[in-house]
Design a protein around this ligand. Structure first.
Ligand SMILES: [Zn+2]
Length: 278
């Protein structure tokens, strides 16, 4: 007997690439300025036409469809008046306020608008760069240099002692907040090498038993966070004060102030705590 394949979820985001044109009908408008997203009534703006009204030289990016609705992104000019009934909200503040798919879409829009703002000219010869059909790359018609939107990988490391404790670090300026260790991947480095180096550099520890824990786009402006858990293998926590001014062990009962729930760091800590208290 044939089993009907499940219908795709209504909220699925389907990517589009230039020079595709958006389908007609009401669109989701991602209008951003300085890391803030324009919302109406606390939700992303859905509108048949440009909610800013008619304007010259407007070239919104068509990013794809969400639940069948075309998604268009554009920068709001620094002096541009906000449409009636709309306000700007910091991207991060939208977490938990709008749907997960909408939140991810707003982050994607932010990254793509950043890319458009920063890729207009060839970094080799300075000539104006052209859009490449079929992807988001830009090509220089003079020297042929091609560049793609930035994705900068960074690892998050939840170091545990194999028992009831995890290592959390504190950076100068963080106030009472502690978090798991983190660091950018260097060129020529695997994710595993990066985990071992960062834990050694930031906390003076050796780790083993690395386990992948998930990933998260972090569009501020274009990181990809890749989470691992790792077991403490040798050494006592010590900090070099350059990156961290404290690193110490905590149990689920003694956790300090933690990063906000939007972050994979926090989600990893919460997952570990939940496993401890099972
Ligand atoms: Zn060039």
């Amino acid at each position: 007997m044939d089993t009907p394949s499940p219908a795709p979820p209504q909220a699925a985001f389907v990517r589009a690439y230039p020079p595709m044109d958006p389908p007609t009908g009401p669109a989701l408008w991602l209008l951003l300025r300085d890391g803030e997203v324009l919302v109406r009534g606390g939700a992303l703006i859905e509108s048949e036409g440009d909610p800013r009204g008619d304007g010259v030289n407007r070239t919104p990016l068509y990013l794809g469809t969400l639940g069948g609705r075309p998604c268009l992104a554009d920068d709001l000019g620094p002096q541009e008046a906000l449409p009636e009934g709309c306000r700007l909200v910091p991207l991060r503040a939208l977490f938990g306020q709008i749907g997960e798919a909408e939140f991810a879409l707003a982050g994607y829009a932010s990254q793509m608008l950043y890319w458009r703002r920063t890729s207009g000219f060839c970094p080799v010869c300075g000539h104006e760069a052209e859009m490449r059909p079929g992807d988001w790359g830009r090509r220089c018609p003079r020297c042929g240099h091609v560049a793609y939107p930035h994705v900068t990988p960074a690892v998050l490391i939840l170091v545990h002692d194999g028992g009831a404790r995890i290592l959390l670090g504190h950076k100068p300026g963080w106030g009472p907040r502690y978090s798991i260790l983190a660091g950018f991947v260097e060129p020529g480095e695997s994710l595993e090498e990066c985990v071992r180096r960062e834990v050694q550099e930031e906390a003076g520890l050796e780790v083993a038993d690395l386990v992948y824990a998930g990933s998260q786009p972090w569009p501020y402006p274009h990181q990809l966070m890749i989470g691992f858990t790792a077991r403490h293998a040798a050494g006592e926590p010590r900090v070099d004060a350059e990156e961290l001014d404290d690193a110490r062990w905590f149990t689920a009962e003694t956790l300090p102030d933690l990063p906000p729930p939007v972050s994979l760091s926090r989600q990893m800590i919460d997952a570990w705590t939940a496993a401890q208290t099972k």
